[in-house]
Design a protein around this ligand. Structure first.
Ligand SMILES: C[S@@+](CC[C@H](N)C(=O)[O-])C[C@H]1O[C@@H](n2cnc3c(N)ncnc32)[C@H](O)[C@@H]1O
Length: 394
């Protein structure tokens, strides 16, 4: 299979900077790019919408035209239809001077002869890495293998198609990272960063890895943030929501509240002066007393998974339990957050709360039951599952 040069050169699969298509497009792109880990079987667009595609075929349906061609070419490589790397001009009759249609020289000889060098074919390394990750039951083995290779090589994932060989030292580093991922360390921990909308956030032990579906809540918050508004992000973790609002809207003030000392360290590092960090407990009835009735937008992605819910190894072993589980019905933190939002918001201010897909009735019901909200609305993720609720302070 031959991929047209313009397809290979132009392909961009990851969600890059900018708000193209808003949260929905960014969310979907980030899933493809990051191999996002769902919290559990019933939660998260991540695994169901992306995840997959061990080798491009599943992913292809979610990608744009040129990306589809690229993924199909990669899939063909993996199953052996194409024996070498997908490279511009290789393996066609349109070699240098043959058709005159290229503005670069193409010969039948490999660019980087392997004999006498320490180089190995990237395609072979990617096949081996993918196989290792398949054996480890990683949800998106090919995507993760490519992202790890791109990380090692210091290029975007889309550039891999233009690289035919890698040095032994790079192959060694890639294998070491693949081994960590095969041990079910989250991809984002291995990479050291997580993509969230246009942000690249530092992540690691002690902080919750932001998920693509939360980009939808953040996008809603951005849309409801008027210039000069005061915005509060409760349960801030890495600061994903707070920083998305701070950088994509024009708020006057963004306050990020987090309780965990470990998470606070990551939060402060990510915020870097772009929001105010408050070490606090969102179940504390006196939290942010000075902002009572003065907040325009409250956003919250709390711990909401019902206790005892089975979660994948990446979650059980690496996301802090206090960031994931919310008591017997998952609503232990949501309940006080509803009351806190009602106190903080000015009349007409809005609140958005992410929740488990089993809580599509319960969280809107809590907002209605509080008695201080109107316009209670339930929202669904890209897979059509109820994942967040919003309301306006009366
Ligand atoms: C699901 S994570 C969300 C993190 C981030 N907002 C995001 O969307 O990626 C929940 C966060 O709430 C924090 N948290 C849990 N209970 C809290 C509480 N009572 N007060 C403040 N933060 C809390 C956890 O440490 C964790 O960082």
């Amino acid at each position: 299979m031959q991929v047209p040069a313009q397809v290979r050169v132009g392909q961009v699969v990851h969600g890059g900077p900018g708000g193209v298509g808003g949260g929905r497009a960014l969310g979907a792109a980030a899933e493809v790019e990051q191999g996002a880990q769902p919290l559990h079987e019933g939660v998260g667009a991540g695994q169901r919408l992306s995840g997959g595609g061990q080798d491009g075929v599943e992913d292809a349906g979610r990608l744009g035209g040129s990306a589809v061609a690229l993924e199909l070419a990669r899939a063909a490589q993996v199953v052996g239809v194409v024996s070498g790397p997908v490279e511009p001009g290789h393996g066609t009759s349109a070699g240098a001077g043959a058709s005159g249609s290229h503005d670069y020289a193409v010969t039948g000889a490999p660019e980087h002869p392997l004999a006498g060098t320490d180089r190995t074919p990237l395609a072979a390394e990617l096949r081996a890495a993918t196989s290792t990750l398949v054996d480890a039951q990683v949800a998106s083995p090919r995507v993760d293998a490519e992202l790890l290779a791109a990380h090692v090589l210091g290029v975007g994932r889309g550039r891999l198609a233009l690289i035919d060989t890698i040095r032994a030292a790079e192959a060694g580093r890639l294998r070491a990272l693949v081994a960590r991922r095969a041990a079910r360390e989250p991809l984002q921990h291995v990479l050291g960063t997580a993509a969230f909308r246009h942000l690249e956030l530092a992540v690691g032990p002690g902080v919750f890895v932001p998920r693509p579906e939360t980009e939808l809540l953040a996008g809603w918050g951005i849309e409801h943030t008027a210039p000069g508004a005061t915005v509060v992000d409760l349960c801030s973790g890495t600061g994903a929501i707070a920083l998305a609002v701070a950088t994509e809207a024009r708020p006057g003030r963004v306050v990020a509240v987090e309780r965990s000392p470990e998470a606070l360290a990551w939060l402060r590092r990510n915020v870097d002066g772009r929001a105010e960090v408050v070490a606090g407990d969102v179940t504390d009835p006196d939290l942010l007393a000075g902002l009572t009735g003065a907040v325009d937008v409250v956003l919250c992605n709390p711990p909401y998974v019902p206790a005892g819910t089975p979660v994948p190894p990446e979650v059980s072993g690496h996301d802090p339990a206090a960031a994931v589980f919310g008591g017997p019905d998952g609503l232990d933190v949501v309940r006080p957050v509803v009351a806190l939002a009602a106190r903080l918001l000015r009349p007409g201010g809005v609140v958005g709360i992410e929740h488990d897909d089993t809580q599509g009735d319960a969280v809107p019901a809590l907002l209605r039951a509080d008695g201080r909200f109107g316009e209670v609305a339930a929202h669904r993720d890209l897979a059509g599952r109820p994942r967040w609720a919003t309301a306006r302070r009366a």
